[in-house]
Ligand binder design. Structure first.
Ligand code: KIV
Ligand code: ZN
Length: 387
């Protein structure tokens, strides 16, 4: 099994979600939980962005012992100096430098020709190399960069001393086959590519962030960047829990694994949601409230007979107690009967039938039927039932 490194950017790209602002204490709390989860790398922030973020990155750097701590930096000396200051005290510091390379960014944002982009990035990497052993370089908007130029940029970054080259699909524009092809081409064409790790950083604008990250793995990526619950700029980033659980569930296909403690996933998700205020949608893969809930009668019947009929992951794997059979209008008699037993009611067949009919009436009027509803219905039924 090939190991895929997990680079968590919940505290940097995740914090770039509109409306999210984490203070130092909150960043440290999340970082410590990410350390428990077993991520390899934690991007703690963008130190040049504000004195507060610099202090927060420093607090994370000092608190974390079992993961590399990373600070983001534009390709300029002042940013690199801020990151140096922020990463003081880190056990395993790493600088993450970026510069945009796509034609759109070169023309409208940077107003630079290709040569200037190469020179600026190389100068920054060489300057940073005086202070950092580990440097990740990201050609921002790599997904929309000409592939031959991306190969040139990658070769330059390797010569200048980068240890990881990260390929960001900054605007979530790629499809899995296109994104996979970038990795295949870099692996085949770039001299010295074996000396570094290749990384994938995807955004979810078209809902393909996880699929694109997986395509990158199939084509040789060593590292995946992402966030817990997939939070991040605009539609968010690759959700780390989705990548980890896909590799764990489909090891037969990917032949790759992560070093995550999967049983910490649910707890990490809840903490990130609480501290960022970003509510996890009920239907979110792996961590949504409905990810292990079954409502229809046919599914509930299958679940009661054998869980693998409708569950490809057991909830215990991610640290949850059990799956839920939610009673609603699609639920069947089998699940209803199990619920009665759970609630302590041992009824004769005929009484179950009466109660089930009443339950169906109620379920037509109400989305979810709670335990309290069932108790109320049963008490009423017991009074109503003739001798
Ligand atoms: O999406 C992006 O391009 C980024 C870079 C800074 C890596 O977040
Ligand atoms: Zn990003």
């Amino acid at each position: 099994m090939r190991k895929i490194y997990i680079f968590d950017t919940t505290l940097r790209d995740g914090e770039q979600s509109p409306g999210v602002n984490l203070n130092t204490k909150e960043k440290v709390e999340i970082a410590l939980q990410l350390e428990k989860l077993g991520v390899d790398r934690i991007e703690a922030g963008f130190p040049a962005a504000s004195p507060g973020d610099l202090a927060a990155v420093n607090a994370v750097a000092r608190a974390i012992k079992n993961a590399s701590v990373i600070g983001l930096s534009r390709s300029r000396e002042q940013d690199i100096d801020a990151a140096r200051e922020a990463l003081q005290g880190a056990q395993d510091p790493c600088l993450h430098l970026f510069l945009a390379t796509s034609p759109i960014h070169r023309k409208h944002k940077l107003r630079m020709e290709k040569e200037q982009v190469l020179e600026t990035a190389e100068k920054a990497i060489r300057y940073a190399k005086r202070y950092f052993d580990k440097i990740e370089f990201s050609p921002e908007d790599a997904g929309r960069t000409e592939l031959d130029f991306l190969c040139e940029v990658t070769a330059m970054a390797i010569r200048a001393g980068a240890t990881v080259v990260n390929i960001p699909d900054t605007v979530g524009y790629m499809t899995p086959s296109e994104f996979g092809n970038i990795f295949k081409t870099l692996k085949n064409e770039v001299v010295g590519i074996e000396k570094i790790q290749l990384s994938a950083h995807c955004h979810d604008d078209l809902g393909m962030a996880t699929a694109n990250a997986l395509a990158a793995i199939l084509n040789g990526a060593d590292q995946i960047e992402g966030t817990i619950n997939g939070i991040g700029e605009r539609a968010g980033n690759t959700a780390i829990e989705e990548v980890a659980m896909t590799l764990a569930t489909r090891a037969d296909f990917f032949q790759a694994t992560t070093s995550l403690q999967l049983t910490e996933i649910a707890k990490t998700s809840r903490l990130v949601s609480k501290l960022t205020g970003m509510v996890v949608p009920g239907n979110k893969a792996i961590v949504g409230a409905n990810a292990f809930a079954h409502e229809s009668g046919i599914h509930q019947d299958g679940m009661l007979k054998e869980k693998t009929t409708y569950e490809i992951i057991s909830p215990e794997t991610i640290g949850l107690k059990e799956s839920k059979l939610v009673l609603g209008k699609h639920s069947g008699r089998h699940a209803f009967r199990e619920k009665l037993i759970d609630l302590g009611y041992e009824l004769e067949e005929e009484a179950v039938n009466v109660a089930f009919a009443k339950f169906k009436d109620l379920a037509d009027k109400k989305k979810d039927v709670s335990d309290e509803d069932i108790r109320a219905l049963l008490e009423e039924k017991l009074i109503d039932t003739p001798e």
